[in-house]
Design a protein around this ligand. Structure first.
Ligand code: PLP
Length: 292
């Protein structure tokens, strides 16, 4: 906000809401664009062809956003390392276009729920740019680590995405609920959700420095979540928050070492940030018992 570009940020309640807003905005943009290109098709014909993508490792909220948006979301196979790459997306988009479907959005994950895998944003961005598909990144958990210089690799490619969310109520110590969302072009969201009434008019309308957040979200009214973010940041400071994230990572490193040194257990996936996925060696039944 306050710069000359159309980008902007908004605090949503949860990652689920941020993903839903991105999915709905991308859907409406696609409908408008496609209607211009194909005036011979009715709006319902166009809506019936829309299709979205994510990985089979993505959080359940992605699939839920598809259900609410009435747009099928294909959960593409991640690689053996549980990472979604451009190759898989390209194949799916090409098949769908061939069959007359309209690709709308791909939701990638930085820090999957299962193993904290990071989808390959660079290769996904290339495919999305080639096919005019919105790229959203759900970094609900891992996004907090964007604050660390040693995790700069995590941010690779995010300058190419259309929107991104991460949860301050995870790594950033802010009380639930609080999910930060960025949009490369906020107008796309505002244009999709702008429904006006006489009683909603005010004198600051249309001023980009004073965004009207009712157009950026599902509810009309808003909670003052920025207050608790401000208090947390002022109390702990940037360094305090970084120290907190680093502590999580170092605890996970210690735990990973304990697992590696113990003959009874093995790692299932490489440690990522504060997450160590491990299991007892042997039959899956033993894992189920341990979990129980
Ligand atoms: N995305 C990822 C990667 C998650 O790990 C989670 C929750 O753990 C979510 C989304 C859902 O978050 P929220 O409860 O904020 O909707």
């Amino acid at each position: 906000h306050g710069t000359e570009g159309p980008g902007g940020g908004v605090i949503q309640g949860s990652a689920s809401e941020a993903v839903l807003v991105a999915v709905l905005a991308a859907r409406e943009q696609a409908v408008v664009k496609y209607r211009e290109l194909h005036p011979e098709l009715s709006e319902s014909e166009i809506r019936g062809k829309l299709i979205a993508y994510s990985s089979d490792q993505s959080n359940s909220c992605i699939e839920k956003a598809g259900v609410i948006a009435a747009m099928p979301i294909k959960l593409l196979p991640a690689g053996e390392d549980l990472i979604l790459r451009g190759e898989a997306l390209k194949k799916a988009i090409e098949e769908d276009v061939q069959e007359g479907r309209i690709p709308v959005i791909c939701i990638a994950t930085l820090g999957t729920t299962g193993t904290c895998a990071y989808d390959d944003i660079e290769s996904l961005a290339t495919v999305c740019e080639d096919h005019n598909v919105w790229l959203h990144v759900d970094a609900a958990y891992a996004g907090g680590a964007f604050a660390l210089d040693e995790c700069a690799d995590l941010r690779r490619g995010i300058d190419r995405v259309d929107s991104l969310n991460f949860n301050l109520h995870k790594f950033m110590l802010v009380n639930f609920d609080c999910s930060a969302m960025w949009l490369k072009d906020a107008n796309k969201v505002v244009d999709s959700f702008n429904v006006d009434r006489i009683y909603l008019k005010h004198k600051y309308e249309g001023q980009s420095q004073i965004p009207d957040f009712r157009h950026w979200q599902i509810p009309l009214g808003r909670r003052f979540r920025a207050l608790k973010v401000w208090i947390t940041f002022r109390t702990l400071g940037a360094e305090g928050l970084r120290a907190h994230v680093r502590k999580h990572i170092s605890l996970a490193e210690q735990f990973e070492k304990l697992v590696k040194d113990d003959k009874r257990f093995e790692l299932v996936a490489p440690r990522a940030l504060g997450l160590v996925c491990f299991r007892p060696k042997g039959d899956n039944e033993i894992t189920a018992q341990l979990l129980q």
